[in-house]
Design a protein around this ligand. Structure first.
Ligand SMILES: Cc1cc2nc3c(=O)[nH]c(=O)nc-3n(C[C@H](O)[C@H](O)[C@H](O)COP(=O)(O)OP(=O)(O)OC[C@H]3O[C@@H](n4cnc5c(N)ncnc54)[C@H](O)[C@@H]3O)c2cc1C
Length: 411
């Protein structure tokens, strides 16, 4: 329906106020562009993927391209910290462990294979023997560890707070509880009008970064055939372990790294003062890996076999209920979905972060901003082209997911 209102277009409208949408708006508004973000729910809702307490950031992927991108993202995180004056990263390191009692072939564990990939791109982690592990992390029972001291945890509340503050300073508008009803393209020779329950927004460029809400928005775009094949998954168990007060100091992020045993689907986050007062252990369903192949049945079993010192520290155990009541966004072909919506060059989409997206957020936001406002990006993102799912309809099954890439996806 045509509107009589004079058009005063935004430079960029972002749909979705998760970390990807907010970082897109952050980069765009820093250059003085007129930017708005519309969020369907509430920013900071701990039931959404981007909000909670901690996410791990690390580079230990089996695919060198994702490892290089994670390294690039770390550089951008450091820039974000300098620009905002906020400590976003908790630099506690990340330790991939393996035990022959759990995964008998130590040479083919996730930790070893990812260490090989990192060595191949000049970022080799430190390898620790059983003895070195026992001395440094006495609560562990493992035969080998690969420690990347440059990795660690992201403090989500610090990041969200810094992003919202920067957006406010840049006079970017962030609206919550907004439902998008319709989208019109080609207005006045190329503008886009988003009709929402709170009114209309006209923009030169649109970014859709709405997580699991993305396909609903794509369906509102006239003539848009793209639907992203994303599915939901979530950790099957997540527990907080609170060590006895006199043992707490052994499990804080100044001395304890993120501990990962991704072959078993387990990751452990240390206590971070002022952020989270318990060790968090998550156990997800490694896609395509039969559970019985790993020798770890659940979190209690992992602690008994690989982290007995945590149980010995008199830790009380409770389910994680305050955060992470949200889903991973897994992609059918296991690659990010990032780029222009086919046929609509001034509409960009970013979704499908394979359960591992937070660490990439400053990079994703930078790419979406560059595509939206600079007409292209300095990064090679052809692999992530959303258009592959249009082509895939004509030419099914681009590639089967490998077990290895499936394991690394969800972290
Ligand atoms: C349990 C869990 C643990 C994880 N652990 C890690 C980790 O350790 N390290 C790591 O790097 N990554 C991790 N991830 C992944 C990471 O959190 C996500 O990849 C990232 O937060 C995705 O951000 P997003 O902005 O794309 O999506 P979301 O956070 O889902 O944000 C999308 C937003 O869009 C909004 N929206 C939806 N529809 C509409 C609409 N129609 N209009 C407007 N807004 C809309 C939603 O309400 C939501 O706020 C984890 C994810 C989960 C679920």
């Amino acid at each position: 329906m045509p509107s009589d209102q004079p058009l005063d277009p935004l430079d960029l409208l972002v749909l979705g106020g998760g970390v990807m949408g907010l970082f897109t708006a952050y980069h765009a508004s820093a250059g003085g562009s007129r930017v708005a973000v519309l969020e369907r729910g509430e920013i900071g809702d701990p039931r959404t993927a981007s909000f909670g307490r901690t996410r791990s950031y690390r580079k230990d992927y089996l695919d060198a391209e994702y490892a290089r991108l994670a390294d690039e993202a770390q550089t951008l995180w450091r820039g974000f910290e300098r620009e905002t004056g906020v400590r976003a990263l908790v630099r506690c390191g990340c330790l991939n462990i393996a035990s022959s009692a759990v995964t008998p072939d130590l040479a083919s564990t996730y930790g070893q294979l990812s260490a090989d990939v990192l060595a191949g791109i000049g970022l080799a982690p430190q390898t620790l023997s059983r003895e070195a592990l026992a001395e440094r992390y006495p609560y562990l029972d493992a035969d080998v560890g690969h420690l990347d001291e440059s990795a660690g945890l992201v403090d989500l509340r610090a990041v969200t707070g810094a992003l919202l503050h920067a957006l406010e300073q840049a006079k970017a508008s962030v609206r919550e509880h907004v439902d998008t009803i319709a989208i019109e393209t080609g207005i006045d020779g190329g503008l886009i009008r988003v009709r929402a329950d709170v009114g209309d927004f006209v923009t030169r460029s649109l970014v859709i970064a709405a997580g699991h809400g993305t396909n609903d928005l794509l369906a509102l775009l006239p003539g848009c055939e793209l639907r992203v094949p994303i599915t939901k998954d979530r950790p099957s168990e997540a527990k907080y372990f609170t060590p006895a007060a006199e043992r707490r100091a052994e499990f804080t992020s100044d001395v304890m790294p993120v501990v990962a045993y991704l072959d078993t689907g387990v990751y452990v986050h240390p206590i971070v003062d002022g952020v989270v007062d318990a060790v968090k252990i998550g156990y997800y369903n490694p896609p395509d890996i039969p559970r019985d192949r790993t020798g770890v049945r659940d979190i209690a079993d992992f602690v008994a076999q690989c982290m007995p010192g945590l149980a010995d520290a008199g830790a009380s155990v409770e389910d994680v209920r305050d955060v992470d009541g949200c889903d991973y966004d897994l992609v059918a072909d296991d690659d990010f979905v990032l780029g222009p919506v086919p046929g609509l060059p001034n509409v960009q989409v970013g979704v499908g972060w394979r359960g591992t997206g937070y660490k990439y957020a400053p990079w994703v936001g930078r790419v979406l901003f560059q595509l939206a406002l600079q007409g292209g990006t300095v990064y090679d993102i052809r692999r992530f082209d959303p258009g592959r799912f249009i082509a895939a309809r004509l030419e099914p099954a681009r590639s089967a997911r490998s077990v290895a890439s499936a394991v690394e996806a969800v972290r």
